[in-house]
Design a protein around this ligand. Sequence first.
Ligand code: MRU
Length: 390
Amino acid sequence: MTQQAPTLQAIKYERGSLQVLDQLRLPFETVYKDVPNSQQGHHVIQTMKVRGAPAIAIVAALSLAVDLHSSFSASPASFPDATSVSTFITTKLTYLKTSRPTAVNLFEAAGRLSSIVAAAATSSPPATAESVVNAYLSAAEAMLDRDIEDNKNIGRHGAEFILRHNPHGGDMVQVLTHCNTGSLATAGWGTALGIIRDLHTHNKLSHAFCTETRPYNQGSRLTAYELVYEQIPATLVCDSMASALLKTKKISAIIVGADRVARNGDTANKIGTYQLAITAKFHGVPFVVAAPSTSIDLQILTGDDIPIEERNGVEVVQNRGRLMGSAGGDGREGGDVPMGTVHVAAPGIGVWNPAFDVTPAHLISAVVTERGVCVKKAGQNVFDLKSFLA
Ligand code: MRU
């Protein structure tokens, strides 16, 4: 087994305090930002300081935990009974759900936490305000450990699947991944990147390739940063190089995360995922979606009904980074030049900036969750995720 470096910590929480690693400043500056209440939780999610489906849900839930803890400690008289606490929580959860629309984990967490609070508030013997506060805090805090445990299981199941279905044979694999699905997008370890970590830990990974992931560069800024940090052998490619990569190198699988998986397996994920699935099919390479079961939305039958966030076009026409000094070029030089934004497109051009696309189930080889690997039944074009999760 390869010795693992400690994984990056995107979320630092203890009761009454939440800090998040500001992902807008990576890979050059490591700055944690205090999130003292739900308003700030909403803000860090909406402005992409925190991103990635599981991390969004956890930060939303924990920002409310801090808000609730401090509001209740500062003024218990404002919460005369269980119902007042329950109303405080559900109002804030409704607000937090407006931060970003596509990743279902936020909506799943809000629904589950609301049910826990409703059950605590109406329990017998009659609940107190304090008991409802404690029920919320325990449930929100449990999300951190649960996410890491789920990711480790996803990593194990996904690694086994990829080793078994390597179209090139052999007992080592090289894979391509897209966007950022690692410690920075989750509570730790990661989903698709968790599979890569598992393969690397067991000396089964010969090489990982990651895409830049334009326009937001989650690949070149965040995934590349995680891979370098953990000394996993890796190479960065532009999004437009994927087909050439599959044609030229022996890629064993493409592994991506998910923001929302419909009941039939259609998967919304970072823009650019769909074209990777098409090229994987064309080249006979397995295309694997890795996500916790909380990313599966059984209420949505097909990907046509998944809401796709469109973001400000400024993300397409501008690039954020650090100007390198004359000695620069490898990402390490540049002294203390602050990070900044450069305009790269012709001024006046129109822009379309969907943050996600939907990959149809027929292009997906497997959906890997913490519960195991779901594949399509023989002769079927779609997955039966309802039965898989039953
Ligand atoms: O816009 P982002 O950065 O939040 O999008 C993130 C992705 O699309 C990830 O691939 C997905 O959320 C899976 S994260 C484990």
